[in-house]
Design a protein around this ligand. Structure first.
Ligand code: PHE
Length: 340
């Protein structure tokens, strides 16, 4: 009887469903029972051999069984899917109380920190930032700065020459000339950069180091402007209670010239290891721009005056963080760099 055959197919399908363990099992069951060549479909093809009065009831029954099995298959699919999900969730449980892994982000180099602060301090006083090349002509590094041919600073001991007229700049003062060549007063710039001198590397010397040049040219600029500006700089960088002093000095391109010291914050002037028993620590060289330098740059020294200064970046950074050895800056030891 066809009716029994349909019921057998139904039971067989239900049985197969019980043993299905994954979605592809279910798909195989669907194909083998309900697919185009499936058991139910094949059976229905034999409907033609039935008598006309039996056909509608059998057709109805077959459709009911088909609908029933489709429903069962989709129920089984839902159950399998949620079982699979639960299994995955239990496997992938995250313990939110576990300590996180340290993410190692980079650090600003201590000299970059102090350079950025220095720029901010001078920008705040109306300066802008200029620069110049590290490979420089003798003219900008020496000649135009009133450093005559026989000056000891030109000694090959100090200067790395590339050719007779080209060298690695020994000071950022070259930027003064380059700037004044192209700009008329009022001038108010700082120019930070690398400089080179043929020194052996030790705790306080390096053949490559950094300076921050400063240049102000305008009508009526005096030594008082120089002192006031540099004292503000020292106070901003080191704190209001820093004590500064100016000492006479000599630079060929400034007249008068001076060096600025700050009182040793370790011993407050008494003398200690940090300040080599001086009580004071030298910070920078400075002075009033030499009239001859202004003339060389076509600026009338009778109308304009100016001051210039050169700050050693390694030096102010060492003082700032009490670093005893300049080589630390260039070794890139992350145990050192990570402290800032
Ligand atoms: N260029 C000088 C040096 O390297 C410093 C300096 C700059 C002095 C500007 C006076 C004016 O020592």
């Amino acid at each position: 009887m066809m009716k029994d055959q349909i019921e057998q197919i139904r039971l067989a399908a239900v049985d197969a469903l019980k043993n299905a363990t994954n979605l592809s099992d279910l798909e195989n069951i669907r194909v083998s029972f309900l697919g185009k060549k499936g058991q139910l479909t094949s059976l229905l093809k034999q409907m033609g051999s039935l008598s006309a009065d039996l056909r509608p009831a059998m057709g109805q029954l077959a459709n009911d069984v088909r609908a029933y099995l489709e429903g069962e298959i989709s129920k089984a699919a839902t159950a399998l899917q949620s079982a699979e999900l639960n299994h995955r969730l239990s496997r992938e449980t995250i313990d939110v109380t576990m300590p996180g892994e340290d993410v190692c982000i980079g650090h600003k180099h201590p000299m970059s920190i102090v350079l950025d602060e220095t720029k901010q301090i001078f920008l705040g006083m109306g300066f802008s930032v200029a620069d110049g090349p590290e490979v420089e002509y003798d003219y900008y590094n020496f000649e135009a700065l009133n450093i005559p041919k026989d000056h000891p600073a030109r000694d090959t001991q100090d200067t790395f020459y590339i050719s007779e007229n080209v060298l690695l700049r020994t000071q950022t003062s070259s930027c003064q000339i380059r700037y004044m060549e192209n700009h008329k007063p009022p001038i108010r710039i700082i120019a930070p950069g690398r400089v080179y001198r043929s020194d052996a590397l030790d705790a306080t010397h390096s053949p490559m180091f950094h300076q921050i040049e400063g240049l102000v040219v305008d009508e009526g600029i005096s030594m008082a402007d120089l002192k006031g500006t540099l004292e503000v700089f020292a106070k901003r960088l080191y704190g209001e209670d820093v004590v500064c002093r100016f000492r006479p000095h000599h630079f060929p391109f400034t007249e008068p010239s001076a060096e600025m010291d700050i009182q040793c914050f370790n011993c407050h002037g008494k003398g200690c290891r940090l300040c080599k028993n001086e009580g004071w620590i030298e910070l920078l060289g400075a002075g009033m721009v030499h009239p001859r330098v202004l003339e060389t740059c076509n600026i009338d020294p009778n109308k304009y005056s100016g001051y210039a200064f050169g700050i050693g970046l390694e030096r102010i950074t060492m003082r700032r963080y009490q670093i005893g050895d300049l080589r630390m800056f260039f070794e890139n030891d992350t145990r050192f760099l990570g402290q800032f």
